[in-house]
Write a protein that binds this ligand. Structure first.
Ligand code: NAD
Length: 275
């Protein structure tokens, strides 16, 4: 049995500010990205909700607008160069240059490597790596042109550090994002652009809910055993990380005012992985 999750309000008393900044979060109609958008709005940022379906992005944008910040919903497949560039152009026109990018959109596909379809390998790498490249390139262009610099955050994972069975492209992609963040940290420094990676442990979002029965089938164990003996086995307390835990780390990186904190990755995983 797992012990209960930490409640979201453990982070309630933050004073970090993003007032007047424009933040674009990809994959923010759901899960971790949605919570990051909400927490950034609470910190005063105007929010661009970018996701595959405009209706989903719009629903999240409408919810967040109730917090009194400006919001913009953008339909953006992060694997599509033209869609990414058009989305950023729309943001520039309607809200001004992006100050904070969270490249968060992601998918998961699990299978043993000997059965992994090449098409699935390419699909997963495209969302995480092509998406990371295309969105950060577009953001960096705007940050340089605005003269204000900014913050590029990538959603890594404990799988940026560790491997798990059945996840060959995911582990490969999440390791790769660390390299991209370090290059942007070096190239961006002259323009006051910082770049970092957040590495969550398992968070109970739709992406993970889908994996539980899939892994149970692949590994020939029960769903309860997948949670206890696969997902949370190496945590210090048998708990899932929460969307709010990840969002608060994102806010800390986004609001951090100097290049002292760049080119880094931070694991937030209940001690599953310790650096
Ligand atoms: P989620 O499924 O709840 O949300 C993912 C979002 O990304 C969805 O809204 C989806 O529509 C969007 N998306 C997928 N493909 C896209 C594309 N091509 N273009 C634009 N948007 C796209 O999943 P989540 O758990 O919130 O995952 C968010 C990120 O966090 C992912 O990068 C994931 O790898 C990472 N992550 C998740 C966990 C976890 O345990 N949930 C742990 C570590 C890292």
């Amino acid at each position: 049995m797992t012990t209960p999750n930490t409640t979201p309000d453990v982070h309630a008393s933050t004073t970090l500010s993003l007032k007047g900044k424009t933040a674009l979060v990809t994959g923010s109609a759901s899960g971790i990205g949605k919570r990051i958008a909400e927490v950034f709005a609470d910190a005063g940022a105007n929010l661009v909700i970018a996701d595959l379906k405009l209706a989903d992005a719009q629903a999240t944008a409408d919810e967040i607008a109730k917090k009194g910040v400006k919001t913009l919903a953008v339909q953006m497949d992060v694997t599509d160069e033209a869609a990414v560039d058009a989305g950023f152009a729309q943001v520039q026109k309607e809200l001004g240059a992006v100050d904070v990018l969270v490249s968060n959109a992601g998918i998961q596909i699990v299978a043993p490597i000997e059965e992994f379809r090449f098409s699935d390998w390419k699909k997963l790498l495209a969302v995480h790596l092509d998406g990371g490249f295309l969105t950060s390139r577009a953001a960096v262009r705007q940050m340089i042109a605005s003269g204000r610099g900014g913050c590029v955050l990538f959603m890594g994972s404990v799988h940026s550090k560790e491997a798990s069975k059945l996840k060959s492209p995911y582990v490969t992609a999440k390791h790769g994002l660390e390299g991209l963040a370090k290059v942007i940290a070096k190239e961006g420094a002259a323009h006051n652009i910082r770049s970092n990676v957040i590495c969550p442990g398992f968070v109970r979002t739709p992406l993970v809910e889908k994996q539980i029965p899939e892994q149970a089938q692949e590994l020939g164990i029960s769903e309860a055993d997948v949670v206890k003996n696969v997902m949370l086995k190496d945590t210090v307390d048998g708990q899932f990380t929460t969307v709010d835990d990840v969002a608060q780390v994102a806010l800390t990186f986004a609001a951090f005012p100097s290049n002292a904190l760049t080119g880094q990755s931070l694991v937030v995983s209940h001690g599953w992985f310790m650096q």
